[in-house]
Unconditional design. Structure first.
Length: 133
């Protein structure tokens, strides 16, 4: 089962390069035909959110909708999808940045909470603790 890089998912989602989109579609069709899954590492999910928000100006609700659709895509298998779902829930319900949410969720899932930070917004999350400056 191959993994997908951020740029592959971006091309597929944004569909701004017909040739590359056709290549990605072919990979998805092959996975579907073979009953295989395409792996998406947590690091790719983090970068994908950043690219969609900063380069393509996706707002928070569009980012959330995009990730929910990706999680429902049968050909995709996310590394620790439960942690990603927890992160999306935190992101939806707080003012924390997206990246802080999986950081906190992964630490908690590993039994390593709290996540220590100097980031005051991130410290509003459960399982995150603000360090004194």
């Amino acid at each position: 089962m191959p993994g997908l890089d951020t740029d592959v998912l971006v091309r597929w989602l944004i569909a701004d390069d017909d040739e590359q989109v056709a290549s990605v579609d072919s990979v998805f069709e092959s996975a579907r035909a073979n009953g295989a899954m395409l792996f998406v590492p947590v690091t790719v999910a983090l970068e994908l959110e950043w690219v969609l928000r900063s380069r393509y100006r996706f707002d928070k609700s569009t980012v959330l909708g995009t990730f929910n659709a990706l999680l429902e895509t049968q050909e995709l298998e996310f590394q620790d999808d439960a942690a990603l779902e927890r992160a999306l829930h935190l992101y939806r319900s707080t003012a924390a940045g997206f990246a802080d949410c999986p950081h906190a969720g992964l630490c908690s899932a590993a039994g390593r909470a709290p996540l220590l930070t100097f980031d005051e917004k991130a410290a509003r999350l459960q399982q995150v603790e603000l360090l004194a400056r």
